[in-house]
Design a protein around this ligand. Structure first.
Ligand SMILES: NC(=O)c1ccc[n+]([C@@H]2O[C@H](COP(=O)([O-])OP(=O)(O)OC[C@H]3O[C@@H](n4cnc5c(N)ncnc54)[C@H](O)[C@@H]3O)[C@@H](O)[C@H]2O)c1
Length: 263
């Protein structure tokens, strides 16, 4: 049987793919036969390491440095991507930054941080989505097809004290994607979001292991009693990037271990 999640013949650009969630998304795309992957990160060494890993595993990837919050930087990245692959069929807006200490106890409320700091959070989490989508759409319209997937956070739906600006920027990205979906459907371009809650990054897992009581309190918020793994998210992103999701657009899909119901 044919792979219904096949990425054959598709070129995918994944932003912030130098580690964690983005890295796994890029690896999943490659494993399902993508013709080419653009591994973006603003830290070139990280992106290069992931591209090298994919190429060593038999995939095809290049690393391109760009700061997604800068329109000029993103357009320069697209120019290189187009020069190499000729097109981008799938865009995954993964680059994001909560810009705050993950430890809720020491987070500062937004009004104690400066407008410059707010702008930097909005820059990566909202402007970044606009910049990368703007670079992808003209080619997708010309080729009459494309997929755009944006990673947002449950902070955007339920709020998170100390992450006000991040939550607002992620909610803005969801509204933006929904509107892109409306405008682009007739060009066979799908735009969806994947919303995730806390991921079990090595740092978080380490802290939880050191404080079992706190770990228990955190895990009680998840019906499936564990935090997310990059592969959990990558599987949904792969589905929304493949032909299997051609009839799905303008949606927000939670991959959060049941966090929504446990609240
Ligand atoms: N980790 C979580 O618990 C969590 C929870 C909810 C949502 N998210 C979202 O999921 C996505 C991935 O999260 P993650 O945990 O893998 O993040 P991460 O911080 O581990 O990795 C993000 C990568 O993006 C890169 N990056 C940051 N700013 C960039 C910019 N301006 N331009 C280009 N690259 C940039 C970083 O260098 C890094 O390699 C993000 O959008 C994040 O907001 C994460």
């Amino acid at each position: 049987m044919q792979d219904i999640l096949s990425m054959q013949g598709k070129v995918a650009l994944v932003t912030g793919a130098g580690q964690n969630v983005g890295r796994e998304i890029a690896r999943f795309m490659a494993a399902h036969g993508a013709e080419g992957i653009v591994v973006n990160d603003y830290v070139l060494e990280r992106a290069q390491a992931v591209a090298d890993e994919i190429n060593a595993e038999g995939g095809k990837a290049i690393a391109l440095q760009a700061d997604v919050s800068s329109h000029a930087s993103v357009m320069a990245m697209y120019a290189k991507a187009f020069a190499h692959y000729g097109r981008v069929d799938v865009l995954v807006n993964n680059a994001g930054n909560a810009g705050a200490n993950p430890d809720e106890a020491v987070r500062k409320p937004f009004y104690e941080t400066s407008p410059e700091v707010w702008k930097s959070w909005i820059g990566v989490n909202f402007d970044g989505v606009m910049n990368c989508t703007a670079g992808a759409l003209p080619g997708m319209i010309e080729r009459k097809g494309g997929k755009i997937v944006t990673i947002i956070s449950d902070a955007s739906r339920f709020g998170d004290a100390g992450l006000e600006v991040y939550a607002g920027a992620k909610a803005g990205a969801a509204g933006f994607m929904r509107s892109v979906a409306r405008g682009m459907g007739r060009h066979h371009i799908n735009a969806n979001c994947v919303v995730i809650a806390a991921m079990g990054t090595p740092m978080i897992e380490e802290r939880m292991a050191a404080d079992p009581e706190r770990a228990k309190r955190i895990l009680e918020k998840y019906i499936i009693r564990r935090l997310g793994k990059p592969s959990d998210v990558a599987a949904m992103v792969l589905f929304l990037s493949s032909g299997a999701s051609d009839y799905i657009t303008g949606q927000v899909y939670p991959v959060n271990g049941g966090f929504t119901f446990a609240l």
